[in-house]
Design a protein around this ligand. Structure first.
Ligand code: URA
Length: 218
């Protein structure tokens, strides 16, 4: 929710109750949330991380981008070359495809939050190692805790496996709604996999229709 919504909400309360604010648990639950400061503060506290060797090889840490109050969060695997250079997630070829997929369901980057399991680029884009995941995953968890999305979409098997603690194949995980700490969780192809195998795009479109349907109900 935007600051304007909060002002509108408070003005409505002022019209009803004057300058005193009476809050009960019900009211605070219904208040539009604004996580920007909390998320900024948190990201600032981890931006110099050197918990694993990737801290020494990265050019930039890639923490995430988008609406800190988004109802939907997309989680990729790890930054690639372009992301490392720019400090932003999904800005290379995969990102361009992700933008198109979002557009196909009437969303843009500004409507969602995009982040990765790993915050630093593994050299030569190799798969994240166990220790890197172990060190980085608490950051992802805390980000999700602050953002409190209604729907999480894992992009690719590594992201889904890490978050759900499973070794299932992507095919088995697709088309199902999992529960991640009370939040709906869907799995779809990583855009890089779609660039390598355009034949999968028709299945990804099915996934995105499910995401659209779920999203319109949150
Ligand atoms: N691939 C990912 O998983 N994340 C990015 O940010 C870019 C490419």
């Amino acid at each position: 929710m935007k600051k304007n919504d909060i002002y509108k909400y408070l003005n409505l309360y002022r019209d009803l109750y004057g300058d005193n604010i009476y809050l009960d648990s019900n009211v605070s639950e219904n208040m539009p949330r604004d996580n920007s400061n909390k998320l900024d503060e948190y990201l600032n506290s981890i931006k110099d991380c050197l918990e694993c060797p990737l801290g020494k090889t990265r050019k930039n840490i890639v923490l995430g981008m988008g609406d800190p109050n988004a109802d939907i969060v997309f989680v990729g695997e790890a930054p690639g070359k372009q992301e490392d250079l720019q400090g932003l997630p999904f800005v290379g070829r995969s990102g361009k495809l992700l933008d198109k997929m979002l557009f196909s369901i009437n969303l843009s980057r500004d409507d969602v939050y995009i982040l990765n399991v790993l915050k630093c680029r593994p050299p030569d884009n190799r798969d994240p190692s166990k220790i890197e995941i172990e060190k980085c995953e608490p950051y992802l968890k805390k980000q999700l805790k602050i953002i409190k999305p209604k729907l999480i979409v894992a992009l690719g098997r590594i992201s889904a496996m890490t978050i759900l603690r499973t070794k299932e194949s992507l095919t088995n995980m697709r088309n199902q709604i999992f529960d991640y700490e009370g939040i709906d969780f869907l799995v779809t192809y990583h855009p890089a996999a779609l660039l390598r195998n355009p034949n999968f795009k028709k299945y990804a479109w099915e996934d995105f229709k499910l995401i659209r349907d779920k999203y319109s109900n949150v």
